[in-house]
Design a protein around this ligand. Sequence first.
Ligand code: ASP
Length: 311
Amino acid sequence: MSVSSNPVLVVHGGAWAMPDDVIDAHIHGVRNALTTGWRVLERGGSALDAVEEAVVIMEDDETFDAGRGSFLNRDGKVQLDALIMEGATLRAGGVGCVERILNPVRAARKILSESPHVYFVAEGAERFAAEHGVKLCENKDLVIPREVERLREYQSRVKEGKEPSGNDLFAPEISHDTVGAVALDRDGNIAAATSTGGTLDKAPGRLGDSSLIGCGCYADNQSAAASTTGWGEPIMKLVLAKWAADRVASGSLPEWVAQEAINYLKDRVNGHGGMILLDSRGRYGIAHNTPRMAWAVRTIQEEQSGVTRNE
Ligand code: ASP
């Protein structure tokens, strides 16, 4: 049976209390990602290629906490996580704690396409990537002065006892600039990808929700494709992307489910963040409980982008 669907692409570029002076850069970044991903879908390319290409654009954009320009961990290093998943086959590829890859979503895609495994971490992931044609870089190539300064300031405030700890460390004012994309292609297949540098000053080896299947990213043609951003630990506890996809499979509209998922995140574990959600009929939802979220959407009928407010 041949299916012909109208393509849809939704991308996000983080959810937090973005100050006014970074809004334009976020809108610019998500629009660029949308344009690139849409080009793939427009010429009949797969949802999987579209989400990969869209995420690469945001990894390359220093505005976001993904790829070069990501937050630094406690040791002053960039440590990246990414996942990509295909809804038709449930094939997935993930990398965690990689330090020498400019575009972790490319490495994740290689795992999805060329490995019997689903997930690689640290040096093993880098070795796999290099063996499959992904060029490695030095960690310092991923570090930018803005982030060195951000970490230095943060750590000195902690030393002075001025920085909040525990849950407050993850207050919405702390930036969550993880990036993600969900897409539907002409063949009726959906896919999702998420990429992040994780949280500021994280302990080396800490892995967040973004690259974990069903937590920060999920795709199944029989339910939905989802990508999340926000405070990773609560999202992981609820396996939130899969939770949302299952609700879509039971008949609820992605638009409502995205909001329900974010409400559940708040009510059940006092978490915060944002989600994009898309089903294989092209219905989508975008929701967040942080003060702001950057996103962009393109369908045959419409193109929209913005930073929505929840203030
Ligand atoms: N969810 C990511 C993490 O916890 C962070 C983010 O979305 O900005 O690693």
